[in-house]
Design a protein around this ligand. Structure first.
Ligand code: NAD
Length: 480
């Protein structure tokens, strides 16, 4: 692994005004690299570079299909370099190598999808009677600022960069200070695709410094933030002072409702991916499992079996897709999750399996299952952001929906049943931006994703996301 990593501003690699940050591999606890940290002046240089690109018209004047081709080329570049990126991502983030490879595939898919969509952003004509010709067109905002979290740094950056470029914006991306190294690939990909210098700027910096400077910068025209609720509020407030729109993708405490007629054999795969994928550090994780009381014990037994089946250890050593789990992103995140488990025990919950930091170097938490959890306990209300599902029984459909909807969040929800009427009723009543029926994480890049309540606003993924990156202009022409 390369030792020193730089920021990429206006087409050039550069050191940061705020020094460097040590990158610790959470799979071993060792420092593996250092990354440049941007200060306010670096952020300003990046924003000005993006602004120049926008104002030059070099992106906006292109026929959209040509922009789309460049966006698609970036995705192909990622795939061609998957074996360079995945080990870096696995080492800095802790995820297994197979999860890292999967993340690169997911990132590339965004470039493929939004590259395809570039030429579909069409306006409409509005009839105003004789003597007028009126139409709308969609124009990019200009400088799109994107603040990225550490759980899927490559995939989440790809999601925003691809949609922003496809619609003709220039980007300034603030990468997460725990996992910044793997984002170098976006600079190389942009160059290889023929994008002009300044169209894609990638910089790491402290949230309170570079992140705050970026979200408050007066020449930023649109902000996309993915991360925690508290930071999202700060970012949105800073953007509001410049009257700049924001997309907020925040956390979740998403519930799967498992009815008495659910296919529990199939549900084991949903538990495995729903809460242990990426060591549970997924905003749309299945962190609550609400199960009909008649099948509660059986679901707990199956969840414990899944948790115990996982081979946990350094992610970089786990390249074969399967029953393995890497570390959490840092010891601090691991200790926070373990602390939430202990607090829940003190409140009367019980650990059915796991729950403890593992006695090996690195940020490992045992795959966990919590039972005897009451819906109002902290562990059932707040994100653990770790491999820790809370299993809770329900009596009837109404109670299941009430518990599912009973948090401040509303990112995703799931219902597992063979009864389509029951599933349809749940889909209507669940307060969440996305409802999965009979498969957790069903959907894809094509399907809109985003939150109700404190899970945020605006949508990423799907065609919906495009409208966050453009503004509507109406042109009314008086004719003859
Ligand atoms: P975080 O909010 O601490 O950090 C996210 C990003 O914001 C980082 O790049 C950080 O440097 C930056 N930041 C921190 N303070 C800032 C400030 N004052 N101004 C501007 N930027 C600032 O979150 P995290 O710890 O990186 O990620 C975990 C959280 O993110 C969890 O709550 C998780 O649910 C959520 N998340 C949501 C999604 C989603 O798509 N909805 C995806 C991933 C993570």
């Amino acid at each position: 692994m390369k030792q020193d990593w730089l920021n990429y501003i206006d087409g050039a690699w550069c050191a940061g005004g705020a020094g460097q940050v040590d990158i610790v591999s959470p799979g071993t606890g060792e420092v593996i690299a250092r990354h440049a940290l941007a200060d306010e002046a670096d952020v300003d240089r990046a924003v000005q570079a993006a602004r120049r690109v926008h104002q030059s018209g070099v992106l906006t004047d292109l026929r959209p299909v040509e922009r789309g081709r460049m966006v698609q080329a970036m995705g192909r570049y990622l795939l061609d370099h998957k074996e360079d990126i995945a080990p870096v991502l696995s080492r800095e983030q802790g995820k297994t190598l197979w999860e890292a490879r999967r993340e690169i595939d997911g990132a590339a898919r965004y470039f493929e999808y939004y590259g395809n969509q570039a030429e579909t952003v069409e306006g409409r004509s509005i009839p105003l009677g004789a003597g007028y010709f009126d139409f709308t067109q969609y124009e990019p905002y200009g400088v799109s600022a994107q603040i990225i979290p550490w759980n899927f740094p490559v995939e989440i950056a790809a999601r925003s960069i691809s949609a922003a470029l496809a619609t003709g914006n220039a980007c300034v991306v603030k990468t997460p200070e725990l996992t910044p190294c793997s984002s170098w690939i976006f600079a190389d990909a942009a160059e290889a695709a023929g994008l002009p210098a300044g169209a894609v700027n990638i910089l790491c910096g402290w949230g309170h410094q570079a992140g705050a400077a970026l979200s408050a910068h007066p020449d930023v025209n649109q902000v996309v933030f993915t991360g925690s609720v508290g930071t999202g509020v700060a970012v949105a407030a800073a953007a509001a002072r410049n009257v700049v729109p924001c997309v907020l993708e925040l956390g979740g405490k998403s519930a799967a409702i498992v009815h008495d007629d659910a296919d529990l054999d199939a549900f084991e795969a949903d538990i495995r991916m729903g809460i242990y994928f990426n060591a549970g550090q997924v905003c749309s994780a299945m962190s609550r499992v609400l199960v009909h009381e008649s099948r509660h014990d059986e679901v707990v037994e199956r969840a414990v079996k899944v948790a115990k089946s996982l081979d946990v250890g350094p992610g970089i050593e786990r390249g074969e897709m399967g029953l393995s789990m890497g570390s959490m992103v840092s010891e601090a995140q691991r200790d926070r999750a373990a602390g939430m488990v202990s607090q829940a025990e003190a409140e009367g919950a019980r650990v059915a399996t796991g729950g403890r930091a593992m006695n090996i170097p690195g940020a490992f938490l045992e795959p966990t299952v919590m039972v005897n959890v009451a819906p109002d306990m902290t562990i059932a209300q707040q994100e653990v952001f770790g491999p820790v599902p809370s299993v809770m029984p329900f009596r009837d459909e109404a109670q299941a929906i009430e518990i599912a909807n009973g948090t401040q969040y509303g990112l995703v929800a799931g219902v597992f049943t063979r009864d389509l009427d029951r599933a349809s009723r749940a889909a209507q009543k669940l307060r969440a931006g996305q409802v999965f029926v009979n498969q957790w994480f069903a959907g894809g890049v094509e399907t809109p994703f985003g939150g109700y309540g404190k899970s945020g606003y605006g949508r990423e993924k799907g065609r919906e996301a495009l409208w966050n990156y453009v503004q509507t202009k109406n042109v009314a022409i008086r004719v003859g």
